[in-house]
Ligand binder design. Structure first.
Ligand code: AP5
Ligand code: MG
Length: 270
């Protein structure tokens, strides 16, 4: 599976990419996340990108094309990837075409998540509030002021890609105003219809996920039997979930050879 998720800030690209990763054992290539990691690590790319991202503009094409071309080379991307937030300009799309052609790879689809602009601010504000509630750092660009600039950049530089991919018969538009679950289902239906889903990998990733869920559900029952035992049971539950997660990762790796390589390693280099 090789797809692009296209859509304005807050349209659900990251949310859907993660769901596709869990279901299909492919990798998510998010230029936004790679850049944020580079900013946090204060690498030369990060230093270059920091102010641009904070102001809601786009990082230069050559920088993001370089990041993606390195990342696609990694063994874990060989069996499939979801491009989240890349390409964002016509030159980036052209560079991606060249890159894929050179590697004899083909895109299955470009999925556009269409969302009313009026819903985006609410979504971004909710995300910021949830991040804050978890005690984590809120994205510097998740403010109403910067969102307006990110939307302007999307309209001017990214929206032309709708025409670009429509002309190449790659574009499929999904109503991103539906619930998260409904959008996931619709994307799944499209990918199945296109024959873009590796059913073996998808089955294994799915059953591994169910194992994790089962372990998580059964554990709290024992934790509620008695207060003195609760701590011990909770510890056991955490252990069970950890073991099941490990099994899940193993299952996904088996289904998608080479999926073990860590993204973080590359991110730190960026
Ligand atoms: P990037 O990180 O890509 O941000 P973005 O495109 O602005 O998108 P977001 O991550 O804000 O939103 P999303 O679509 O992922 O939505 P999410 O799933 O989180 O880029 C950041 C910056 O990096 C750019 O501004 C630029 O400076 C730079 N950059 C990155 N790539 C670049 C490139 N290729 N070229 C140049 N510069 C680049 O969802 C948002 C919220 O909504 C969540 O809370 C979620 O739970 C909720 N939600 C999701 N779906 C639904 C739904 N269906 N219904 C209700 N709520 C929903
Ligand atoms: Mg995102």
């Amino acid at each position: 599976m090789r797809i692009i998720l296209l859509g304005p800030p807050g349209s659900g690209k990251g949310t859907q990419a993660q769901r596709l990763v869990q279901r299909n054992g492919v990798v998510q290539l998010s230029t936004g996340e790679m850049l944020r990691a580079a900013v946090a690590a204060e690498t030369p790319i990060g230093l270059k990108a920091k102010d641009i991202m904070a102001s809601g503009g786009l990082v230069p094409d050559d920088v993001v094309v370089g990041i993606i071309s390195d990342r696609i080379e990694q063994p874990d991307a060989r069996r499939g990837f979801i491009l989240d937030g890349f390409p964002r300009t016509v030159p980036q799309a052209e560079a991606l075409d060249d890159l894929l052609k050179h590697k004899h790879m083909k895109l299955d689809a470009v999925i556009e998540l269409r969302v009313n602009e009026s819903a985006l601010l609410q979504r971004v504000e909710t995300r910021a509030a949830e991040t804050r509630a978890r005690g984590e750092d809120v994205r510097i660009d998740d403010t109403p002021e910067v969102l307006i600039k990110r939307l302007a950049a999307y309209r001017a530089q990214t929206e032309p890609l709708i025409h670009y991919y429509s002309e190449r018969r790659k574009l499929v538009t999904v109503d991103g105003m539906m619930t998260i679950e409904e959008v996931t289902r619709e994307i799944g239906r499209i990918l199945h219809a296109l024959g873009a889903v590796d059913s073996k990998a998808s089955k294994k990733a799915h059953s591994a996920k169910r194992a994790v869920k089962k372990a998580a559900q059964s554990a709290p029952k024992s934790a509620s039997r008695g207060r003195p035992a609760a701590k011990k049971a909770a510890k056991g539950a955490r252990k069970a979930v950890k073991a099941a997660s490990k099994a899940a990762r193993k299952g996904a790796r088996k289904a998608v050879p080479g999926a073990a390589k860590k993204v973080t390693k590359k991110r730190a280099k960026a």
